[in-house]
Design a protein around this ligand. Structure first.
Ligand SMILES: Cc1ncc(COP(=O)(O)O)c(C=O)c1O
Length: 421
């Protein structure tokens, strides 16, 4: 028995399923991580993996980026949490406001989950309406308002609707198919407080918005006085400094951020224009609070990370590598007789083992998830780590290089040849 397996045996008795977040579960057991460096993750048995999971999105600079570590180390010496505001919070807020087209003010929290929960409460508080709209297969964190037909681990483990969520809580959560303007037009009424959406769905693989779809959502919501919330926990600082809203040129009323913004430390943020944000406590009636909100370590790491992203080279490199990899994979799979569809933007992508177009949750569910898992497992055995689900997204970082792409394609070819029936 290797060390990962032994740890898993013990972990199963102490942590539910041996893990602290369902997406980390893997059969027969997950590898236990010991260390990360650049594009590589090392497990407790000393095996190394080229990492395309990248902690589910935050690590656009790769593991243990030296600039981020230096900034965090410097901050560590000064204390980890104060219960008083800091210059670091002002600095990171300044960066968010400068880079995110729709942001005039920010509230920092600690996770994407808290960010979407706060944003929805704020939208309800501002509009005095109850209903919200979310899209099938999108994931906005593990809180009650949005745990219906949720993607990511909820779909992977066959529980897109969670037990323990009172029916009354989600009675006001309306579900819609993504990329369907007619359904949207019908559903958005003057009773709807907010439409919350991942502009690119990164929790059911990688589903891109059709041309003009985001503009249509913007138009319909504006017409009805409904707030449009872009959940950019994945796409924020992934699709560029301006996130998906910068990339596609569509401004939401509110944005939720997380992942990359924290430079690899826990973070979440809600950003919007001033009159909306000022409805939050202590100025307004919508309550939101947290002991670790804006904590100095996450702020320091975030400042270092955004600083690194500002000159654009990170995006150029990671996006170029992502394109080479996804085109290479798609072409290879086709040549070997597999029916696959590969979708991606900037440095995120997913390969679906699916015959037809994937443009929403329903079409994503048609993919052969078992075949994907066999592909993922084969790659893992060859030292390439993709998240273990057809319904997650793969990421590239600026720490990856052409060498890793070549090795990955080589490994993929071996695996696919072995899977050919
Ligand atoms: C789009 C989106 N929103 C919200 C969340 C929740 O973020 P967190 O896991 O930091 O609570 C996630 C997590 O993967 C996400 O992908």
């Amino acid at each position: 028995m290797n060390r990962s397996e032994a740890l898993y045996e013990e972990a199963k008795g102490l942590l539910v399923g041996g893990v602290n977040s369902p997406v980390r579960a893997m059969k027969p057991y997950p590898f236990f991580a010991a260390r990360g460096e650049g594009s590589r993750l090392y497990d407790v048995d000393g095996k190394s993996y080229i990492d395309y999971c990248l902690a589910y999105g935050p690590l656009i600079l790769g593991h243990a980026n030296p600039k981020v570590l230096a900034r965090v180390r410097e901050q560590l010496e000064r204390g980890t949490v104060y219960g008083a505001p800091t210059e670091l919070e002002v600095g990171l807020a300044r960066k968010v406001v400068a880079t995110l087209p729709s942001a005039e003010m920010v509230r920092f929290v600690n996770t994407g989950t808290e960010a979407t929960m706060g944003a929805i409460r704020l939208a309800r508080g501002c509009t005095k309406r109850k209903k919200i709209i979310k899209f099938e297969g999108a994931f906005h964190g593990a809180h009650d308002y949005v745990l219906v037909k949720a993607g990511s681990g909820a779909t992977t483990h066959g529980e897109p609707d969670s037990a323990g969520v009172p029916e009354e809580t989600v009675r006001n959560t309306v579900l819609l198919p993504f990329n369907d303007p007619e359904a949207l037009e019908e559903a958005v009424t003057e009773e709807v407080a907010a439409v919350i959406m991942e502009p690119v769905i990164g929790n059911a693989g990688c589903i891109l918005p059709k041309e003009d779809y985001l503009e249509q959502v913007r138009e319909v919501t504006e017409e009805k006085g409904t707030m449009l919330i872009f959940d950019e926990v994945i796409t924020g600082y992934r699709l560029g400094l301006g996130g998906a809203q910068g990339y596609y040129g569509v401004k939401p009323d509110m944005t939720t951020l997380g992942k990359i913004l924290g430079g690899g430390l826990p973070i979440g943020a809600i950003a919007a224009r001033r009159e909306v944000m000022e409805r939050f406590s202590p100025l307004g009636p919508v309550y939101q609070a947290g002991t670790f909100n804006g904590n100095p370590l996450s702020m320091a790491a975030g400042l270092a990370a955004i600083g690194e992203l500002e000159d654009g080279r990170v995006y150029e490199k990671a996006n170029g590598l992502a394109r080479t990899l996804r085109e290479g994979l798609q072409e290879m799979a086709q040549d070997l007789g597999f029916k696959t569809r590969t979708y991606g933007v900037a440095s995120m992508f997913q390969i679906y083992f699916a015959q037809g177009e994937v443009s929403d949750y329903r079409t994503a569910l048609r993919a052969d998830r078992e075949l994907f898992l066999r592909f993922q497992k084969g790659l893992l055995a060859r030292g390439v780590f993709l998240p273990p689900s057809q319904y997650e997204c793969n990421f590239l970082s600026s720490a990856h290089g052409q060498g890793e792409i070549d090795s990955t394609l080589e490994a993929a070819e071996e695996v696919l040849r072995g899977l050919r029936r």
